[in-house]
Design a protein around this ligand. Sequence first.
Ligand code: ATP
Length: 322
Amino acid sequence: MKKIAVFTSGGDSPGMNACIRAVVRTAIYHNIEVVGIMHGYDGMINDEFISLDAKSVANIINRGGTILKTARSKEFFTVEGRKKAAANLQKHKIDGVVVIGGDGSFKGALQFSAECPIPFVGCPGTIDNDLIGTDFTIGYDTAINTVVEAVDKIRDTAESHDRLFFVEVMGRDAGLIALRAGIGVGAEAILMPETKTDLEDLIKRLESGRKNKSSKIILVAEGDDAGGAFVIAEQVKKRLPFYDTRVTILGHIQRGGNPTAMERVNASRMGFAAVEALMKGEKNVMIGIVDKQISYTPFENAVKHIQELNPDLMRMVNILSL
Ligand code: ATP
């Protein structure tokens, strides 16, 4: 391994910069030259390669987003696009590549490996935490902390006006942001795609709990089967008109912000491990952290999954929100 490339792909997530920094500094330590590819697979196709040194990643460990920018590339889905990308990697004499992204980025790398022998290793960058092969993805810890901070503020105003707030958070296919942030803010209910939302039960609980508490917060993952925060709030309002209901969609603030300490540590460990994996001859594997240890998961298995939610956690959620 004399020269490697690193890039970010798919949706951005806080901690990607810490991971880039770790890749660059680990490579330099091992006398491996490093280049960054801008704008994900599009940059690979359009020859947007930049050289990186230890200084170019100074003071980025604390910054959200990605200094290499990111993109979703339509052209990389085509054989012609991938041919251009392979030619550019060969032109720059790249011996190995670190891709920081979600399962789509790994699928792209796997497809590419059938056509180009340059090895790829992945680091899981996505706020949803829904990939098999790692306990935590890069971005998840920061995202749930962002939600907790925002909902704490909403709670202040909800409390002052005795309001019922429905707060919608990211998670089209997975409710893990809603679940952990919901526990963290003491939500009265957490609605997620993994569980069937029983509106009748929610209404019954809201009705009976009306006198106990002045304010109420319900966290709704955007992929919940009952139709999202606005639809649910409208139905609840119709049935329980005495509630002063409000809806807040948190949206893209969940992707931004300075990564948490835990995020920086995990992202650094994964970037460090990715370079050492390439040096050991690994290819087409995603680096993860499972039970505090670094693990390798083949790209074909590092897919999004509808996780069976921990039943103990779910039981606790119901008891604590009484
Ligand atoms: P996020 O979890 O944030 O959505 P992701 O990595 O899953 O991140 P995607 O948009 O699914 O994001 O994938 C990123 C890019 O990977 C795509 O825009 C495309 O260029 C490439 N890619 C994904 N799947 C394939 C595939 N089957 N063949 C070739 N390229 C692919």
